[in-house]
Design a protein around this ligand. Structure first.
Ligand code: SAM
Length: 268
């Protein structure tokens, strides 16, 4: 099964809608914010600095970056026209925030023109991360910082007993909506080969025990399995209802580690 995040615009309108809702829900989710706030708190952004969020989706994280650094200019670049359109609609009145369509492997930006480049949960969804990292390095000024934050999907799980039906949803999500579940362990060598020095590497677990923060795993895998004729709509609906029941009862359990790597471009 191919990862719909590799080419969002090729997905069905229903799937694009599910993806947009999932990204916005996650960006606001209390269980996700500590992961984002950790690296934003470590960034040293100069007055008037330039931050590029590569693979910005609907812009939920990009808006947070723009609000955190009002004296910087923040640009979200995203290959999907549908998600970029959504990001523009949601941007509101933020004078320091812009969005454009763009491929992370061929950025329409000058060499050494950015202070910070961010890849937030993008690289686990591409077949070849190397060209995206090389482009991020190219656009960074000497001394600039690359932030890569991504999920370790190889450890993703949902459920409370062996054979839990919701566990099959997290398995199906990773199998059908993630290109490289093992990316997290490869990040250090990838940025080392790109010539950067790692300044920070941490892992924070996102554990969802209530709310709709992890519903995307059930929705995306359900829609995919229905479209592929593997299950019928009643089972997809029942799995979603089971997620909601557990979330409302506070008995949900889903687990996903997030790795954050920060690396510096040499100033010589
Ligand atoms: C899981 S989403 C994350 C979106 C956003 N960073 C966030 O966290 O809300 C993955 C994003 O990577 C984008 N993407 C896929 N291939 C890309 C590429 N070659 N260059 C830049 N972005 C890409 C997808 O279109 C999608 O918006």
């Amino acid at each position: 099964m191919s990862d719909p995040f590799e080419n969002v615009d090729a997905a069905s309108p229903q799937m694009i809608d599910i993806i947009a809702t999932a990204l916005e829900t996650r960006a606001e989710d209390a269980d996700m914010l500590p992961v984002v706030d950790e690296y934003l708190g470590l960034l040293n952004v100069p007055e008037g600095g330039r931050i590029i969020d590569i693979g910005s989706g609907t812009g939920g994280i990009t808006r947070r970056i723009a609000d955190r650094f009002p004296a910087a200019s923040v640009t979200g670049l995203e290959p999907s026209a549908a998600l970029t359109q959504k990001a523009m609609e949601l941007a509101g009145e933020r004078p320091n925030l812009t969005f454009s369509i763009g491929d992370g492997a061929a950025l329409d930006l000058e060499d050494a023109s950015a202070d910070i480049a961010i890849l937030h949960t993008v690289l686990s969804h591409v077949t070849n991360p190397e060209p995206l990292i090389a482009e991020a390095v190219r656009i960074l000024r000497p001394g600039g910082t690359l932030v890569i934050c991504d999920a370790d999907f190889s450890k993703a799980m949902m459920g409370v007993v062996p054979g839990d039906p919701l566990g099959s949803c997290s398995e199906a999500f990773v199998a059908g909506s993630v290109t490289d579940p093992w990316l997290a362990g490869k990040l250090k060598p990838l940025v080392g080969e790109a010539g950067l020095s790692v300044s920070h590497f941490s892992v924070l677990n996102r554990v969802v025990t209530s709310g709709m923060g992890a519903l995307a795993w059930v929705r995306m895998s359900g829609a995919r399995l229905v479209a592929d004729g593997v299950i019928g709509q009643p089972l997809a609906d029942a799995l979603e209802a089971e997620y909601v029941r557990r979330a409302e009862a506070g008995i949900l359990y889903s687990f996903l580690p997030f790795v954050t790597l920060m690396a510096t471009k040499s100033s010589v």
